[in-house]
Design a protein around this ligand. Sequence first.
Ligand code: UDX
Length: 441
Amino acid sequence: MRLSVIGCGYLGAVHAAAMASIGHEVIGIDVDSRKVESLSRGEAPFYEPHLQELLTAGVASGRLRFTTDVSEASGASVHFIGVGTPQQKDGSAADLTYVNAAVDALLPHLSAGDVVAGKSTVPVGTAAELAPRIEATGATLVWNPEFLREGWAVKDTIEPDRLVVGVGPSKSSATGEKTDPADVLREVYHPAIAKNTPFIVTDWATAELVKVAANAFLATKISFINAMAEIAEVTGADVTQLADAIGHDVRIGRRFLGAGIGFGGGCLPKDIRAFAARAEELGRGESVAFLREVDAINLRRRDRAVDLVAEAFDGSVFKKKITVLGAAFKPHSDDIRDSPGLDVAVRLHGLGASVTVTDPAAIRNARRLHPQLTYVEDRDEALRGADAVIVVTEWDEYRRQLAPEHAGNLATGRIIVDGRNCLDAGAWRAAGWAYFGMGRP
Ligand code: UDX
């Protein structure tokens, strides 16, 4: 099939490359000419495992191209919209500027019978708003939310847990035949369909809500365990053991019960805020009022991490040399959007500490946003002379591959704050470190 993908960020670039890898002919379209040039050379403009291989193969095969010229979408029969929906600058609602711009740009190039598939995370009701403009061209709009996790984006795109397609009220085509846009999407995702991936056909509103509900649930799960960490902190309990114990209940499950400095990234924080804002607009603010609490708990964990470091120094980090292990909002990503760890680093710097940050992938992005911090590529170099060390992103380089004895030979102090509860507390203590976890005695 011939597909176009409008927007080549984390979502669109991966989608375009993944669709080419399963045999489609894909044109990726973005307004950012530097991004398009990089992608056209087969170079991933950001770090995402396996994306590079797919891009190289796709571009070499001739099935994957990128352009800034939206008129090239006219050769495709399915058009995916994968532009960003960031938080508004002056509020908590989603900013739909890019979605509207993408649709406006695409309209003149749509033909009767085309399918436009929205993938961006949008407030419920957006598809119904956009549909009249799109469907006036004879094209059909579906909403096909994306559930990919950064770091696993290629796998999540090619082998998703489930596929969801929201279709509009049924209608007949110009020739009187019934058109089923869901069948078109079945054809697009043929390898996943062949493996019996659940394929849920629903209405626009449900499809839009599935995405925000999933992210709201995940955020709530993380904040739930972080709330338990707060209770553990005043009772001497250990939240990691608590999570293990409740996680054995299959109704609860252990995943996403990792207490620590909380969630960040380009999705969960802005999606729960946008959801709460949309619910208010719909007169149902109270239904998801708990999401404000979920957000507040999450942000408090950053304060807690800063306090833990300060407490280790009897209250003040002023002039202390602190090495921050991690900058990305999570491992296997170079994304620093709303990174809790980087926020903690910036706050420590603000309190007068001399902060050195290292990360296997995210230094370039972090330096651009926070040039005031010191960045060191090499982990061991970053640890040299530190008075205290804090782990904020659980990369294997810190979690598995950093022996406490080795770190002890490099650092001056023996204070380790485990912002992700990812280290073996016993092993670090045995090597002479004062270990501080989040919600752990
Ligand atoms: C998320 C959703 O998982 C994905 O389905 C959706 O499409 C986009 O948003 P992503 O932002 O890539 O994906 O990251 P995710 O793996 O969900 O982690 C989000 C944040 O939560 C990270 O900062 C992570 O460190 C944190 N987290 C995760 C915890 O603090 N504890 C956990 O137990 C799990």
